[in-house]
Design a protein around this ligand. Structure first.
Ligand code: HEM
Length: 140
C-alpha cells in the first residue's frame, strides 16, 4: 500500500500547529459541515459533541502521527479500524468525513490552506482511510 512522501510529511508537520491554534472554531465548523454532507452521522457523534474540539484535532494529529511512523502504520490503522467498528463506522462514512475535513480546513485557514497543503491532507486522509477500510471486518 502507498506511503506518504517525505514532502507531504513535512507540509503536514508545518501545518498542524495552525490547526491546533484554531481548534475550537474548526471543530464547530467541522461538525456543521459533516452533518450537512451526511446528516445521519450526527447519531454517531451525539454523545461526543461536547468534547468535539478534542476529537477533531485528535483525528488530525493522529493522521500526522501515523503517517510519520511507517513501521507501525499497519498495526495502528488496524487498531483504529477496530475501535471504529465498535462505534458502528462503515466504509461509506469515510468519504464524507474526509470531505468535511478538507472543507473545514479551507474555511478556517483561508489563504493559508494552499493547494500544496490541501493535497497533502487529502492524500494522508485517503491513505489512512484506505488502510482502515481494508482492516475492517477482517478479524484474526
Ligand atoms: C482516516 C480516518 C479517521 C481517523 C484517523 C480517525 C481517528 C479517530 C481517533 C484518533 C479517535 C479517538 C478515539 C479512538 O482512538 O478510537 C476517533 C474517534 C471516533 N471516530 Fe474517527 N477517525 C477516522 C474516521 C472516522 C469516520 C469515517 C467516522 C465516521 C462516523 C469516525 C467516527 C468516530 C467516532 C464516532 C469516534 C468516537 C467518538 C468521539 O471520540 O467523538 N471516524 N477517530
Amino acid at each position: 500500500m502507498k506511503k506518504a512522501s517525505a514532502e507531504d510529511k513535512q507540509v503536514l508537520r508545518e501545518c498542524l500547529p495552525l490547526v491546533i491554534e484554531r481548534m475550537q472554531p474548526m471543530s464547530e465548523r467541522f461538525f456543521d459541515n459533516l452533518f450537512v454532507l451526511e446528516p445521519q452521522l450526527r447519531d454517531y457523534f451525539e454523545a461526543h459533541l461536547g468534547r468535539g474540539g478534542m476529537r477533531f484535532v485528535g483525528t488530525l494529529t493522529t493522521i500526522v502521527a501515523l503517517i510519520e511512523d511507517e513501521e507501525s502504520l499497519d498495526r495502528s490503522a488496524t487498531a483504529l479500524a477496530r475501535t471504529h467498528e465498535t462505534y458502528g463506522v462503515r466504509p461509506e462514512h469515510f468519504p464524507p468525513l474526509g470531505h468535511a475535513l478538507l472543507v473545514t480546513l479551507g474555511e478556517i485557514l483561508g489563504s493559508e490552506f494552499t493547494r500544496r497543503r490541501c493535497e497533502a491532507w487529502r492524500r494522508a486522509y485517503d491513505m489512512l482511510a484506505e488502510r482502515m477500510i481494508a482492516a475492517t471486518g477482517h478479524h484474526d
